[in-house]
Design a protein around this ligand. Structure first.
Ligand code: PEP
Ligand code: MG
Length: 536
């Protein structure tokens, strides 16, 4: 048995076989070595790179002239003159290396040999070999891609994973997740939490684990490869204890989150799909504080139609019966980017066209969603919440589009009901003008995941920065207080719907500064309620 520790983890315990769905680029090996396959992959990668080099040569020639274009010519020659290719093929055939490993190894070897040449011209080739190797590995990565087919129930291990890829996996077969490069507050991780998948993040994956039995303990961030009988037995006992603890918590259903001294705070649920509403009701949520609607827009060729969305939101309104539901309008862009939008790649996508900015750029898609919400409001207590607000102008434009939707529905005699409008406070700018924002909306909800990323200037998806992405930073705690005070000045409620809402080390602080509501995962609701009820 081997034990490895991840950087972050959550969820319970998973026991099953590991399936590796994406392996580290360049370092991966095929799990069953197939020489023909490896040589074929090399041939495809070589052709792809030659085409790309010829295109780059033409572009550089026209834009910058012969001198600049020469580098691409040089790489093309190096790729065709057999020295590099022979070295790669030699490693595949003689050392039974994967094509990725063979390219890395041959590239590094030639780079070193050339860098020691006395002749300037030959030495300069060393840099070209380095670039060429990178190109070959990149094109290989595309063709190796991500394996979606799971077959049997398993623990998925993968180098990286986006939220759209996670949605493509069959959740009924997904016992646990093991992601090398990500963070606990990435959109992928938030989705995994919502799907109740035990997950470990930030531990190097060994391709040799494929098919091996493992125990994944999300709470302790530990993975046991080839666990012994005693470990499996201990883990099964812990699963049993957890389920008994959860049953005891169910006794708190019907009670309210009020401290012994009478301070109350509402506890809502975060959901990412309509099917999660049942769990929210089961865990006695006082409502849905954040419905992340964009997942229904991913992994498809066209955006959903108004009727499709209407059916979805009506089902949600009906399932939640009298409870309030806050529907966040699509927060797409950045890492959630469906192909049908044809968005040009952005150098800084987290600071780019996402959230409300994207909605205002694609008003037809936005209006389709707004109309569906207005129509479904007839069946329950629905509110609309706009993400990524950074100025009041965006709020006014959203208001204007909503009015347009109402006029159009009325002119077609389609029944609808007005819905309250609120905003997410997740940029430092919106915090600083929350006094002004509060005059124009019915509620504010603080998205601490993005607020932390934008305040600290730390990419929430960057695995290398988890240590400095401090969600407890005094700046964040001060900002939350400021928004609550500004909201109350204008008599509107302020909730928190980022991951911090469920952080029990801060519940006392949130009560003290009079946060009105906390929106957390369904399974966190009764834990939080117990803590609040027991508090002075
Ligand atoms: C947040 O940013 O805190 C939030 C709740 O939104 P998301 O995590 O979906 O970006
Ligand atoms: Mg956000």
């Amino acid at each position: 048995m081997e034990i490895y520790q991840g950087k972050e983890g959550f969820g319970g315990i998973a026991i099953g076989h590991i399936k590796i769905c994406r392996v580290p680029r360049g370092e991966s090996g095929p799990f069953v070595f197939d020489q023909e396959q490896e040589l074929l992959k090399l041939k495809e990668a070589k052709n792809q790179v030659l085409t790309a080099l010829s295109n780059d040569y033409e572009t550089a020639l026209h834009k910058y002239g012969q001198k600049k274009a020469h580098e691409y010519d040089m790489q093309s020659i190096l790729l065709q003159d057999h020295q590099l290719e022979d070295a790669i093929i030699g490693r595949i055939i003689n050392q039974k290396c994967s094509v990725g490993k063979a390219i890395s190894g041959a590239g590094k070897y030639l780079e070193e040999v050339l860098s020691q040449e006395a002749d300037n011209y030959l030495r300069s080739k060393s840099h070209s070999i380095k670039e060429l190797t990178q190109r070959l590995l990149s094109s290989l990565d595309d063709s190796e891609g991500f394996e979606v087919y799971l077959g049997e129930p398993c623990i998925v291990a993968t180098k990286s994973l986006t939220s759209a890829e996670l949605l493509q996996l069959d959740s009924t077969k997904l016992l646990g997740l093991f992601v090398e490069d990500s963070t606990a507050n990435s959109h992928m991780a938030i989705l995994a939490k919502a799907m109740n998948i035990p997950t470990i993040i930030g531990c190097e994956i060994d391709p040799a684990w494929n098919g091996h039995m493992a125990v994944l303990d999300g709470g302790w961030r530990a993975v046991y490869i080839d666990p012994d009988d005693q470990t499996i037995c201990d883990m099964e006992e812990r699963i049993q204890q957890k389920s008994e603890h959860d049953k005891r918590l169910m006794k708190l259903k019907g009670k309210r989150g009020i401290t012994k001294s009478g301070r109350a705070i509402k506890i809502y649920s975060n959901i990412s799909s309509v099917s999660e509403a049942a769990e929210a009701v089961e865990c006695d949520a006082e409502g849905v504080g954040l419905y992340r609607t964009e997942f229904a827009f991913l992994n498809r060729d066209t955006p959903p139609s108004e009727d499709e969305l209407f059916d979805e939101y009506r089902a949600l309104a009906v399932n939640m019966s009298h409870r309030s539901v806050v529907i966040r309008t699509i927060d797409m862009g950045a890492d959630k980017n469906p192909e049908y939008l044809h968005m040009a790649p952005e150098a800084n996508s987290a600071l780019g066209c996402r959230g409300i900015r994207l909605c205002l750029r694609y008003p037809q898609i936005f209006k389709t969603q707004l109309k569906a919400i207005l129509r479904a409001s007839v069946y329950g207590d629905l509110s609309i919440m706009y993400p990524m607000i950074s100025c009041t102008k965006e709020i006014f434009q959203a208001h204007e589009l909503l009015e347009e939707c109402k006029r159009e529905l009325a002119s077609e005699n389609i029944p609808y009901k007005d819905a309250k409008q609120g905003v997410m406070i997740e940029t430092p700018a919106s915090v600083l003008i929350s006094d002004e924002i509060a005059k124009h909306v019915s509620f504010m909800s603080i998205g601490t995941n993005d607020l932390t990323q934008y305040t600290l200037g730390v990419d929430r998806e960057n695995a290398l920065l988890t240590d400095i992405c401090d969600y407890h930073h005094p700046a964040i705690l001060k900002m939350i207080k400021m928004v609550v005070e500004n909201g109350h000045k204008h008599k509107i409620p302020v909730s928190i719907c980022g991951e911090l809402a469920g952080d029990e080390t801060l519940t006392h602080y949130f009560l003290e500064i009079r946060v009105d509501g906390l929106s957390v995962l369904p399974k966190q609701i009764l834990h939080l309620r117990k803590q609040i009820i027991e508090m002075d």
